[in-house]
Every structure is written in structure tokens, then in C-alpha cells.
Unconditional design. Structure first.
Length: 68
């Protein structure tokens, strides 16, 4: 899994940080998302998917790694 964020879309709601603080943080000055780990460990994959789903502006994109 790879994760990317679009800081220009982020409204600073902070749901991602509440869901998985190991992967997401917020800037002090404006609350905009900061990606801490673009390739999170497997133990965080479910939470990262949830964070992307609850993001009110769809600022989080999850790129799944599919091995055949």
C-alpha cells in the first residue's frame, strides 16, 4: 500500500489523524494534513483505508499493491 495526500484539498478536519495517528498528522499553523508514512505497515492498512473513506474532501488517496 502506498498513500498520498492532496494538501490543497484538505480542510483540516483531522479525521485522518484521529483514525491513524501513526500515518497522518496536521500542521500546527493551519491543521492541514501531513503524511508521516507514505508506505505504512500492513497493520495500519485497514485504518488508512478508513481514514481515506471518512475524509470529507477526499484528500487521501490509497494505492493498493496487488501481487498476482
Amino acid at each position: 500500500m502506498k498513500v498520498s495526500v492532496d494538501q490543497t484539498r484538505c480542510c483540516g478536519a483531522g479525521q485522518c489523524v484521529l483514525t491513524v495517528p501513526e500515518v497522518f498528522d496536521q500542521r500546527e499553523e493551519d491543521g492541514i494534513v501531513v503524511l508521516l508514512d507514505p508506505e505504512p505497515a500492513e497493520e495500519f492498512h485497514s485504518a488508512v483505508r478508513e481514514a481515506a473513506a471518512v475524509c470529507p474532501t477526499s484528500a487521501i488517496t490509497v494505492h493498493e499493491d496487488h501481487e498476482d
